[in-house]
Design a protein around this ligand. Structure first.
Ligand SMILES: Cc1ncc(COP(=O)(O)O)c(C=O)c1O
Length: 429
């Protein structure tokens, strides 16, 4: 497996080893985590498959425990933007494990965190230059919300339909993607504040902010789970102006759309808008769990200086291996002009897909194939041909694509052939 290979399947999917491992997993994993045959069949109608169990991955390829080779059109939920197991990331993380795996978070920092925060300040737009590190996207959004509360003295958050910001309890009420995620926990969740349509008139935003309870506007410049939907041109700047008119902060959740994915370092650069806070994660550390909330000095000065016991921290804050991997990831993106590649390859992929007659939305290498009700069935038909993908959108109306930037033109051309076959198969079923 080279990373640039086309799919090659040895067994029907899932193969016997995948099935056996999923049965084993089910004995000890909370049943809500991994869907198995019976439950999939019940919830999804026709589909009765277990997932395939991954064994290894490199570049744009994944191999499962049955020796089947796939092309990962999702880069593992958008994480492997630079490619799975990028050699520079592997080398940096390996080096770091030979010197220091774990430091002491807020109490005693290490060199890798210091270097990373400096580098982040260099690549982040405008004067975004002061960070709080976390391990997950939820962590970063949590830090943004706390920052806004401290800075503005208000706890309301204005969010948008289709927005997704993680499922940890503190950020769960902020998602406008699927009410089913929040409903079972309603008793734990506060009413966060107003929610509006993504791309709504700015007059609606002004009206929602007029009460003076909202301290933060939280928005994805390109909605990911919500369906690969870019914000309308000019809207992000209007949001910033509205936030500032009403004394609130603006936070861009760039956890999925940031780090080069859309053909810009950060998706907000398409509109030339610098927020007060920006959350990043996923692709940040090339596969290691790391996230950051980066703020302007002005926004971050709402936090009082630590006097010894940090007001916000966690055991693994600034994990040295994650920081070393992030340093290598950022240098790899920069040195290899991967931003330019994301733009060019995104254009190529879009054209290849559109040549099959489908409509495609999104930006750069963050694309949604608009297939309406047949998205799920077509995504399964693609998987049966060795292409890893999932539906996105509030009604699952698109197949979401966030492939590694190293996905080759040959892979893209082959995908368009597979897509045509998959659509015909679903139509004839
Ligand atoms: C835009 C966005 N924000 C936040 C999150 C949450 O990240 P995590 O799952 O790492 O908590 C996600 C995850 O998909 C996301 O796409």
């Amino acid at each position: 497996m080279t990373g640039s290979d086309l799919p090659a399947l040895r067994t029907a999917l899932p193969g016997p080893n995948s099935r056996a491992r999923v049965d084993e997993l089910a004995k000890h994993e909370c049943p809500a985590v991994t869907a198995r045959r019976a439950r999939r069949a019940a919830s999804l109608g026709t589909d009765q498959d277990d997932p395939v169990v991954w064994a290894s991955a490199v570049g744009a390829n994944v191999e499962d425990v049955d020796g089947n080779r796939f092309v990962d059109l999702m880069a593992g939920f958008g994480v492997a933007f630079v490619g799975h197991r990028h050699p520079a990331v592997v080398a940096a993380a390996t080096r770091q494990t030979h010197t220091l795996i774990h430091a002491m978070g807020d109490a005693w920092p290490d060199r890798s965190r210091i270097a990373l925060l400096g580098l982040l300040a260099g690549v982040a737009p405008g004067d975004l230059s002061v960070s709080i590190l976390g391990l997950s996207g939820s962590d970063a959004v949590d830090a943004a919300v706390k920052t806004a509360v401290l800075k503005t003295g208000r706890s309301g958050v204005l969010t948008f339909d289709g927005g997704y910001h993680g499922l940890a309890t503190g950020v769960l009420p902020l998602q406008g993607y699927k009410s089913a995620f929040s409903e079972p926990f309603a008793g734990l969740l506060r009413d966060p504040g107003p929610r509006l349509a993504f791309g709504c008139p700015i007059a609606d935003v002004d009206a929602a902010l007029a009460g003076g309870d909202v301290g933060l506007i939280l928005v994805e410049p390109v909605q990911g789970r919500g369906g690969m939907r870019p914000a309308p041109d000019g809207w992000l700047g209007d949001l910033r102006d509205a936030a500032h008119r009403h004394g609130a902060l603006l936070c861009f959740d760039e956890i999925q759309c940031g780090m080069g994915r859309t053909g810009y370092w950060f998706a907000c650069e398409h509109d030339n808008v610098v927020p007060d806070l920006m959350c990043i994660g996923k692709a940040l550390a090339g596969g290691f769990p790391l996230s950051a909330c980066i703020g302007t000095p002005e926004a971050m000065n709402g936090w009082a200086a630590s006097t010894g016991e940090a007001l916000h921290t966690q055991t693994f804050l600034g994990h040295p291996v994650g920081c070393a991997a992030a340093l290598a990831t950022i240098e790899t993106i920069d040195d290899g002009d991967l931003i330019g590649w994301a733009k060019r390859r995104g254009d190529f992929l879009r054209t290849a897909l559109e040549s099959t007659g489908v409509s495609v939305r999104g930006r750069g290498l963050m694309l949604g194939i608009e297939l309406g009700d047949s998205s799920f069935a077509v995504s399964r038909a693609l998987l049966r041909r060795g292409w890893i993908c999932l539906p996105a959108g509030m009604r699952g109306e698109v197949i979401g694509l966030t492939p590694p930037v190293c996905m080759t033109q040959a892979q893209m051309e082959s995908l368009s052939v597979a897509l045509t076959e998959a659509i015909v198969e679903v139509r004839n079923a």
